[in-house]
Design a protein around this ligand. Sequence first.
Ligand SMILES: [Zn+2]
Length: 139
Amino acid sequence: MRCNDVQNQMSAYVTHELAPEAARLVQQHIHTCAKCHAWYEEVTEMLHIWNEAEHSSSSYDLVAEVMTKLAVAYPDAPSITETKKRRLVNSQLYHYGLVACLTIIMFQFGVFEKLGYEISSVNNHFASTLELLFQSTAK
Ligand SMILES: [Zn+2]
């Protein structure tokens, strides 16, 4: 199984929608390929965050939640100090970009179809927050 095939089926794999044989091949590949293993962990993490969002109120702060999760997932990430500020901004931009890409990918695969209208308000909030971030860092 090639990396492309694995990554295309990743969403279905983490939501247990793959046939047993296909799931076994994906699992096998994840265990032997560092790149796809990293991808798998990101997708799993995002799915977890979105599942939590589903059960929370409309005032849910997705961005704060994502950043907290990322801080846990990346303990080596720079801390908030003046000297490392620039690096942190770059790191945040990278993660926002990554989250945005994964969100688009997951929507494309219909992972969140069941969330219906609830998700659109979260997504709008996220999109506007992203916009603000890029505006503030572009100066
Ligand atoms: Zn791979």
